[in-house]
Design a protein around this ligand. Structure first.
Ligand SMILES: [Zn+2]
Length: 144
């Protein structure tokens, strides 16, 4: 797939509530377009932060929340590792670490559950977004 957009030129979007067009570029653009990043809102040049569903791309009219859903669906099938295997791996590592380094007054079960929770959280919010993009091999922002 050839890239239509670059990080330098960015891509304009429109805030539905006020009709203002804002050009997003550089790191914010890459973050917004990567559907594996947790991203709940973006910025309007006129009125500040807003929900993704209130913004649409100026050129296609597609809402940014729909766009992110679509890119996620179009990602190669094995990208589901992020939703399935990464959290499982995170849970296993987290549980193992916590059980080995638990406080003396903590039971093995509660240490394992706590560790698993931390592992899943780190995988989904930190490790996943950082490595899923490069692994999937797409520069999402370049796609329409
Ligand atoms: Zn606005």
């Amino acid at each position: 797939m050839s890239d239509r957009y670059t990080l330098v030129s960015g891509r304009p979007y429109v805030h539905q509530k006020c009709g203002t067009t804002t050009v997003i570029n550089e790191g914010h653009f890459a973050t917004l377009c990567n559907p594996f990043n947790v991203c709940l809102g973006t910025i309007c040049a006129n009125c500040g932060p807003g929900s993704l569903k209130d913004f649409h791309w100026e050129d296609t009219g597609e809402s940014i929340s729909d766009y992110r859903k679509r890119l996620r669906c179009e990602a190669p099938l094995w990208a589901v590792w992020y939703w399935l295997f990464a959290p499982i791996l995170g849970a296993a590592i987290g549980a193992a670490v916590m059980v080995n380094f638990k406080a003396p007054n903590m039971t093995v079960t509660s240490a394992a559950i706590t560790g698993a929770g931390i592992g899943v959280f780190l995988m989904i919010f930190l490790v996943g977004p950082m490595i899923t993009g490069p692994i999937v091999g797409s520069r999402f922002y370049g796609q329409r």
